[in-house]
Design a binder for this molecule. Structure first.
Ligand SMILES: Cc1cc2nc3c(=O)[nH]c(=O)nc-3n(C[C@H](O)[C@H](O)[C@H](O)COP(=O)(O)OP(=O)(O)OC[C@H]3O[C@@H](n4cnc5c(N)ncnc54)[C@H](O)[C@@H]3O)c2cc1C
Length: 400
């Protein structure tokens, strides 16, 4: 067991830390206020080679893996969770392609992500189907088929119809990983009824729907993707027809990356609040001199380090390909703990600054708003708890 980062990962951490301090920190408040996409930061990440961190070298990436991406995201999220989301989006939609895509799909869609010439987004959720993925209504029908078969006869392709919602980065994306029911029966809850497709933005019938007005993580829009009789060639099916498992594998491997957004945010918030209480005078001392405050800082520091260990371990597991069912509790635990901890840490930071923390003069109120989405996205805290409990009940997580 080795708790140290490799030399390469340490160098990555140092360089991203500097970039985050120089470029992300000064922009974070303006991004939150304007809500406009920070193209300048996207280009800074591209120039620093960060867009290809999790992509294999043969497709233009640097092969730093999920751990490398998590480390970079942790640094960026100290200042801006929107900027961290831009990095996350290099993995969320590309994950299924990397796990189950064909060589042709990888060659066509991945290098552009690494060099910044293409962006992608991930469409699983629908207005009536968030946690309950099987409730999706987006339908894929074999071209020329009746839509009542098994889907295996889609020689020339598929026709997709439906609405995906809350999709992060929907407006900037050039292509989408989209999931649809392909079994013919929209009410089917069978796991082989869902299939993943790559859909290009420019194709006929692909349209943007509403853009959401969000509480936080502004600048990278979430919104609807409308699919109206979109023709998808057969070669753009990712993995097997009926591959619901692929959606889950993709999300399992993402847990450490979402967790990293939480630990970075918490670290940024605690450091900021600590500096503040060390300066702020009250009762002839500084606020930091009070033991009650010191203990809150200490508890938050313990929380952060516990979350970091869970996150790094889960990232190493995911990089080893350990994101199948038996590893789920460890991955879910990192996401659950790090994101809930981020909410607690950002709340503490607001509290430690008092009224100042509630005002827009300080970034604490932004961290507080941004943190909350982390316990909802990519599997809510309740969903993670279900998965962890299932792991214990099934003895995937057992200490004997
Ligand atoms: C900012 C943001 C960005 C997003 N980006 C994307 C994206 O890029 N792509 C995408 O596909 N989706 C995206 N989503 C959607 C996100 O994945 C869903 O919001 C999430 O899966 C939860 O679904 P829901 O919102 O429908 O909540 P629901 O499923 O309706 O759940 C509501 C509440 O009930 C709880 N609950 C549900 N089922 C159970 C249960 N069985 N036991 C106990 N409690 C339960 C939930 O935990 C939650 O607290 C995004 C969401 C947000 C907020």
């Amino acid at each position: 067991m080795d708790f140290d980062l490799s030399e390469e990962l340490e160098a990555l951490q140092t360089s991203v830390r500097r970039l985050a301090q120089d470029k992300v920190k000064p922009r974070a408040r303006a991004i939150d206020k304007d809500g406009t996409y920070p193209q300048d930061l996207f280009e800074a990440f591209r120039d620093a080679g960060l867009l290809g961190l999790c992509l294999p070298t043969e497709y233009g990436g640097s092969g730093a893996g999920i751990l490398g991406l998590a480390i970079a995201i942790e640094e960026v999220a100290k200042y801006s969770n929107s900027a961290a989301l831009m990095l996350l989006l290099t993995r969320l939609p590309t994950g299924p392609v990397m796990i189950a895509g064909t060589e042709a799909q990888k060659a066509r869609y991945l290098p552009g992500i690494a060099d910044g010439s293409l962006r992608a987004a991930f469409g699983l959720s629908e207005p009536q189907a968030g946690s309950d993925v099987m409730g999706m209504r987006t339908k894929g029908v074999p071209e020329g088929g009746t839509g009542t078969g098994t889907g295996s006869g889609a020689g020339s392709g598929w026709i997709l119809n439906g609405t995906k919602c809350w999709m992060s980065g929907v407006r900037e994306a050039d292509w989408y990983t989209v999931f649809a029911k392909t079994s013919g029966d929209p009410a089917s809850r069978s796991h082989d009824s869902i299939t993943a497709f790559i859909v290009e933005r420019e194709w006929e019938g692909v349209e943007m729907g509403r853009t959401d007005h969000k509480m936080g993580v502004k600048g990278v829009d979430t919104g609807e993707l409308l699919l109206n009789d979109v023709h998808v060639p057969a070669e753009n099916v990712i993995g097997e027809v009926g591959g619901f498992r692929l959606a889950m594998l993709g999300l399992n491997a993402m847990r450490p990356i979402v967790a990293a957004r939480g630990i970075g945010l918490a670290e940024g918030a605690l450091m900021y609040a600590t500096e503040y209480v060390q300066q702020r005078a009250a009762f002839g001392k500084t606020i930091a001199d009070f033991q009650g405050i010191q203990w809150e800082i200490a508890k938050c520091a313990v929380d952060i380090e516990a979350a970091r260990l869970l996150t790094y371990r889960s990232a190493v597991m995911a990089d080893r390909g350990q994101y199948t069912k038996e590893f789920v509790p460890y991955l879910s635990m990192a996401k659950y703990h790090a994101t809930e901890m981020a909410v607690r840490a950002s709340s503490l930071a607001v509290q430690l600054l008092g009224a100042a923390g509630y005002m827009e003069d300080h970034p604490t109120e932004q961290w507080y708003r941004d943190a909350k989405q982390l316990t909802i996205v990519e599997g809510t805290s309740q969903v993670q708890l279900d998965l962890i409990a299932r792991g214990v009940l099934d003895r995937d997580l057992w200490w004997d």
